[in-house]
Design a protein around this ligand. Structure first.
Ligand code: NAP
Length: 238
Protein backbone atom coordinates (compact mmCIF):
# COMPACT_ATOMS: atom_id res chain seq x y z
CA UNK A 1 0.00 0.00 0.00
CA UNK A 2 1.28 3.48 -0.86
CA UNK A 3 -0.25 5.01 2.27
CA UNK A 4 -0.59 4.05 5.96
CA UNK A 5 -3.24 1.60 7.15
CA UNK A 6 -5.85 3.97 8.65
CA UNK A 7 -7.89 3.11 11.75
CA UNK A 8 -10.66 5.48 12.85
CA UNK A 9 -10.55 5.17 16.66
CA UNK A 10 -13.28 7.02 18.62
CA UNK A 11 -15.49 7.04 21.74
CA UNK A 12 -19.21 7.31 20.96
CA UNK A 13 -22.55 7.40 22.77
CA UNK A 14 -25.17 4.76 21.93
CA UNK A 15 -26.54 7.15 19.31
CA UNK A 16 -23.20 7.69 17.63
CA UNK A 17 -22.24 11.10 19.03
CA UNK A 18 -18.62 11.95 19.76
CA UNK A 19 -19.23 15.07 21.88
CA UNK A 20 -21.45 15.69 24.89
CA UNK A 21 -21.64 15.60 28.69
CA UNK A 22 -21.41 11.80 28.77
CA UNK A 23 -17.66 12.03 28.04
CA UNK A 24 -17.02 13.82 31.35
CA UNK A 25 -19.21 11.65 33.61
CA UNK A 26 -17.34 9.70 36.31
CA UNK A 27 -19.54 6.64 35.63
CA UNK A 28 -17.83 6.31 32.24
CA UNK A 29 -14.26 7.23 33.20
CA UNK A 30 -13.18 3.58 33.00
CA UNK A 31 -14.39 3.42 29.39
CA UNK A 32 -12.52 6.61 28.52
CA UNK A 33 -9.42 4.96 30.01
CA UNK A 34 -10.12 1.93 27.78
CA UNK A 35 -10.11 4.30 24.79
CA UNK A 36 -6.63 5.58 25.70
CA UNK A 37 -5.39 2.06 26.44
CA UNK A 38 -6.58 0.80 23.02
CA UNK A 39 -4.97 3.88 21.39
CA UNK A 40 -1.63 2.85 22.95
CA UNK A 41 -2.09 -0.85 22.15
CA UNK A 42 -2.56 -0.14 18.44
CA UNK A 43 1.14 0.92 18.44
CA UNK A 44 0.52 3.24 15.50
CA UNK A 45 3.06 5.65 14.03
CA UNK A 46 0.84 8.61 14.76
CA UNK A 47 -2.65 10.04 15.12
CA UNK A 48 -4.52 12.54 12.96
CA UNK A 49 -7.19 15.08 13.98
CA UNK A 50 -9.10 17.96 12.44
CA UNK A 51 -8.25 21.55 13.30
CA UNK A 52 -11.17 21.90 15.78
CA UNK A 53 -10.14 18.81 17.75
CA UNK A 54 -6.48 19.83 17.82
CA UNK A 55 -7.43 23.25 19.21
CA UNK A 56 -9.70 21.79 21.89
CA UNK A 57 -7.76 18.71 22.95
CA UNK A 58 -4.15 19.88 22.74
CA UNK A 59 -4.12 23.60 23.57
CA UNK A 60 -0.74 25.29 23.65
CA UNK A 61 0.22 28.66 25.14
CA UNK A 62 -1.28 31.31 22.83
CA UNK A 63 1.02 32.68 20.13
CA UNK A 64 0.04 35.83 18.23
CA UNK A 65 0.12 35.62 14.43
CA UNK A 66 3.47 37.19 13.46
CA UNK A 67 4.37 39.72 10.76
CA UNK A 68 6.77 38.42 8.10
CA UNK A 69 9.04 40.66 6.04
CA UNK A 70 11.31 38.05 4.44
CA UNK A 71 11.38 36.63 0.90
CA UNK A 72 8.48 34.48 -0.37
CA UNK A 73 8.57 30.91 0.99
CA UNK A 74 8.21 28.11 -1.58
CA UNK A 75 5.17 25.84 -1.13
CA UNK A 76 7.34 22.77 -0.55
CA UNK A 77 6.84 20.09 2.10
CA UNK A 78 9.03 20.68 5.16
CA UNK A 79 10.32 17.76 7.24
CA UNK A 80 11.60 19.27 10.50
CA UNK A 81 12.43 15.89 12.03
CA UNK A 82 11.79 12.15 11.84
CA UNK A 83 10.13 10.99 15.06
CA UNK A 84 8.86 7.82 16.70
CA UNK A 85 5.29 9.15 16.90
CA UNK A 86 3.46 11.94 15.06
CA UNK A 87 0.45 14.24 15.61
CA UNK A 88 -1.02 15.12 12.22
CA UNK A 89 -3.20 18.27 12.15
CA UNK A 90 -5.59 18.89 9.26
CA UNK A 91 -5.35 22.69 9.18
CA UNK A 92 -6.00 23.80 5.57
CA UNK A 93 -6.02 27.53 6.27
CA UNK A 94 -3.13 27.65 8.76
CA UNK A 95 -4.97 28.53 11.97
CA UNK A 96 -2.94 26.51 14.47
CA UNK A 97 -0.06 28.74 15.57
CA UNK A 98 1.73 26.02 17.54
CA UNK A 99 4.10 27.22 20.25
CA UNK A 100 6.30 24.13 20.06
CA UNK A 101 7.26 21.19 17.84
CA UNK A 102 5.49 18.52 19.88
CA UNK A 103 2.25 17.75 21.72
CA UNK A 104 2.31 18.19 25.51
CA UNK A 105 -0.23 15.93 27.18
CA UNK A 106 -0.68 14.04 30.44
CA UNK A 107 -1.33 10.80 28.52
CA UNK A 108 1.84 9.02 27.42
CA UNK A 109 0.03 7.88 24.28
CA UNK A 110 0.03 11.49 23.01
CA UNK A 111 2.77 13.32 24.89
CA UNK A 112 5.81 14.22 22.78
CA UNK A 113 4.20 13.45 19.40
CA UNK A 114 5.95 15.52 16.71
CA UNK A 115 3.47 17.82 14.95
CA UNK A 116 2.89 17.66 11.18
CA UNK A 117 0.64 20.38 9.79
CA UNK A 118 -1.41 19.50 6.69
CA UNK A 119 -1.96 22.71 4.74
CA UNK A 120 -3.22 24.10 1.47
CA UNK A 121 -0.99 26.41 -0.56
CA UNK A 122 -3.25 29.34 0.39
CA UNK A 123 -1.61 29.77 3.82
CA UNK A 124 0.49 32.87 4.52
CA UNK A 125 4.28 33.08 4.41
CA UNK A 126 4.15 34.36 8.00
CA UNK A 127 2.51 31.09 9.06
CA UNK A 128 5.10 28.94 7.26
CA UNK A 129 7.96 30.99 8.75
CA UNK A 130 6.42 30.49 12.20
CA UNK A 131 6.17 26.70 11.79
CA UNK A 132 9.81 26.53 10.63
CA UNK A 133 10.96 28.64 13.59
CA UNK A 134 9.11 26.33 15.99
CA UNK A 135 10.39 23.12 14.37
CA UNK A 136 6.94 21.95 13.23
CA UNK A 137 6.84 19.86 10.03
CA UNK A 138 4.30 20.63 7.31
CA UNK A 139 3.07 19.22 4.03
CA UNK A 140 0.81 20.54 1.30
CA UNK A 141 -2.32 18.64 0.35
CA UNK A 142 -3.57 20.89 -2.45
CA UNK A 143 -3.87 24.46 -3.73
CA UNK A 144 -7.08 25.52 -1.98
CA UNK A 145 -8.71 22.14 -1.20
CA UNK A 146 -7.10 19.06 0.35
CA UNK A 147 -6.57 15.85 -1.59
CA UNK A 148 -6.63 13.41 1.35
CA UNK A 149 -5.31 10.46 -0.68
CA UNK A 150 -2.25 12.53 -1.57
CA UNK A 151 -1.88 13.59 2.08
CA UNK A 152 -1.94 9.93 3.19
CA UNK A 153 0.68 9.02 0.55
CA UNK A 154 2.96 11.83 1.72
CA UNK A 155 2.69 10.69 5.34
CA UNK A 156 4.11 7.34 4.28
CA UNK A 157 6.67 8.69 1.79
CA UNK A 158 8.09 11.50 3.97
CA UNK A 159 7.67 10.07 7.46
CA UNK A 160 7.50 6.31 6.89
CA UNK A 161 4.08 6.01 8.51
CA UNK A 162 2.63 2.49 8.18
CA UNK A 163 -0.23 2.73 10.67
CA UNK A 164 -2.23 5.88 11.44
CA UNK A 165 -5.03 6.48 13.97
CA UNK A 166 -7.74 8.80 12.64
CA UNK A 167 -9.16 10.35 15.84
CA UNK A 168 -11.83 12.86 14.89
CA UNK A 169 -13.77 14.88 15.03
CA UNK A 170 -16.78 14.12 12.91
CA UNK A 171 -15.86 16.37 9.99
CA UNK A 172 -12.42 14.91 9.43
CA UNK A 173 -13.73 11.35 9.94
CA UNK A 174 -16.48 11.98 7.38
CA UNK A 175 -14.08 13.29 4.77
CA UNK A 176 -11.75 10.28 5.16
CA UNK A 177 -14.74 7.92 4.92
CA UNK A 178 -15.94 9.66 1.77
CA UNK A 179 -12.53 9.15 0.14
CA UNK A 180 -12.50 5.41 1.08
CA UNK A 181 -9.42 6.02 3.21
CA UNK A 182 -10.63 4.20 6.34
CA UNK A 183 -9.41 0.60 6.58
CA UNK A 184 -10.71 -0.13 10.06
CA UNK A 185 -13.06 1.46 12.61
CA UNK A 186 -12.55 1.03 16.35
CA UNK A 187 -15.40 2.29 18.54
CA UNK A 188 -15.57 2.39 22.31
CA UNK A 189 -19.35 2.64 22.80
CA UNK A 190 -20.49 4.22 26.08
CA UNK A 191 -24.00 3.24 27.30
CA UNK A 192 -25.27 6.83 27.23
CA UNK A 193 -27.63 8.79 24.99
CA UNK A 194 -26.63 12.19 23.65
CA UNK A 195 -29.74 13.66 22.04
CA UNK A 196 -28.47 17.25 21.78
CA UNK A 197 -28.76 18.53 18.20
CA UNK A 198 -25.42 20.29 18.65
CA UNK A 199 -23.60 17.03 19.45
CA UNK A 200 -21.14 16.00 16.74
CA UNK A 201 -21.79 12.60 15.10
CA UNK A 202 -19.07 10.06 14.30
CA UNK A 203 -19.23 11.06 10.62
CA UNK A 204 -20.39 14.59 9.97
CA UNK A 205 -21.48 15.85 6.61
CA UNK A 206 -21.60 19.48 5.50
CA UNK A 207 -18.96 21.16 3.40
CA UNK A 208 -17.26 17.76 3.06
CA UNK A 209 -20.06 15.59 1.67
CA UNK A 210 -20.49 11.93 2.68
CA UNK A 211 -21.99 9.49 0.22
CA UNK A 212 -24.14 6.95 2.10
CA UNK A 213 -22.39 4.19 0.15
CA UNK A 214 -19.04 5.19 1.64
CA UNK A 215 -19.30 2.77 4.59
CA UNK A 216 -20.72 -0.13 2.57
CA UNK A 217 -17.50 -2.12 2.42
CA UNK A 218 -16.97 -2.16 6.21
CA UNK A 219 -17.87 -5.35 8.08
CA UNK A 220 -17.99 -6.10 11.81
CA UNK A 221 -14.73 -7.78 12.82
CA UNK A 222 -15.18 -8.14 16.57
CA UNK A 223 -17.49 -7.07 19.43
CA UNK A 224 -16.06 -7.18 22.95
CA UNK A 225 -17.76 -6.34 26.24
CA UNK A 226 -15.92 -3.79 28.36
CA UNK A 227 -16.29 -3.28 32.14
CA UNK A 228 -18.74 -0.48 32.93
CA UNK A 229 -21.33 -1.55 30.39
CA UNK A 230 -19.36 -0.55 27.32
CA UNK A 231 -18.56 -2.24 24.05
CA UNK A 232 -15.49 -2.25 21.85
CA UNK A 233 -16.57 -2.69 18.24
CA UNK A 234 -14.15 -3.11 15.36
CA UNK A 235 -15.07 -3.01 11.68
CA UNK A 236 -12.76 -3.74 8.77
CA UNK A 237 -12.83 -3.00 5.06
CA UNK A 238 -13.58 -6.07 2.95
N1 NAP B 1 -15.31 11.12 21.18
C1 NAP B 1 -14.15 11.08 20.59
O1 NAP B 1 -13.49 10.04 20.51
C2 NAP B 1 -13.59 12.35 19.96
C3 NAP B 1 -12.36 12.30 19.31
C4 NAP B 1 -11.90 13.46 18.68
C5 NAP B 1 -12.66 14.63 18.72
N2 NAP B 1 -13.82 14.65 19.38
C6 NAP B 1 -14.61 15.90 19.44
O2 NAP B 1 -15.00 16.30 18.13
C7 NAP B 1 -15.26 17.72 18.15
C8 NAP B 1 -14.78 18.38 16.87
O3 NAP B 1 -15.32 17.76 15.75
P1 NAP B 1 -15.65 18.60 14.41
O4 NAP B 1 -16.26 17.62 13.48
O5 NAP B 1 -16.41 19.83 14.76
O6 NAP B 1 -14.21 19.11 13.91
P2 NAP B 1 -12.83 18.41 13.43
O7 NAP B 1 -13.11 17.28 12.50
O8 NAP B 1 -11.97 18.16 14.61
O9 NAP B 1 -12.17 19.62 12.63
C9 NAP B 1 -12.83 20.14 11.51
C10 NAP B 1 -11.93 21.12 10.77
O10 NAP B 1 -10.75 20.47 10.31
C11 NAP B 1 -10.47 20.89 8.97
N3 NAP B 1 -10.81 19.77 8.06
C12 NAP B 1 -11.28 18.55 8.40
N4 NAP B 1 -11.41 17.77 7.30
C13 NAP B 1 -11.01 18.51 6.25
C14 NAP B 1 -10.91 18.27 4.85
N5 NAP B 1 -11.23 17.09 4.30
N6 NAP B 1 -10.48 19.28 4.06
C15 NAP B 1 -10.15 20.45 4.59
N7 NAP B 1 -10.22 20.75 5.92
C16 NAP B 1 -10.63 19.78 6.73
C17 NAP B 1 -11.36 22.12 8.73
O11 NAP B 1 -10.66 23.21 9.32
P3 NAP B 1 -10.98 24.76 9.01
O12 NAP B 1 -12.30 25.03 9.67
O13 NAP B 1 -9.85 25.48 9.65
O14 NAP B 1 -11.04 24.91 7.52
C18 NAP B 1 -12.58 21.71 9.54
O15 NAP B 1 -13.45 22.77 9.86
C19 NAP B 1 -14.55 18.26 19.37
O16 NAP B 1 -15.51 18.72 20.30
C20 NAP B 1 -13.79 17.07 19.94
O17 NAP B 1 -13.72 17.07 21.34
C21 NAP B 1 -14.32 13.53 19.99
Amino acid sequence: MDRPYIICHMVTSLDGKVTGDFLGKSAYSGLIEDYYRIHREYSADGFLCGRVTMEGSFPQPPVSPAMYGGPPIAREDYIAEKAAFYAVAIDPQGKLWWSGRAIADTDEGYDGAHIIEVLTQSVSDAFLAHLRAKGVSYLFGGKTELNLALVAQKLKRHFGMEKLLLEGGGIVNGSFLQESLIDEISLVVVPAAEPSEQAVPLFKTGKYQIDVAAAASLRLKEAKKLDGGGLWLTYQKQ
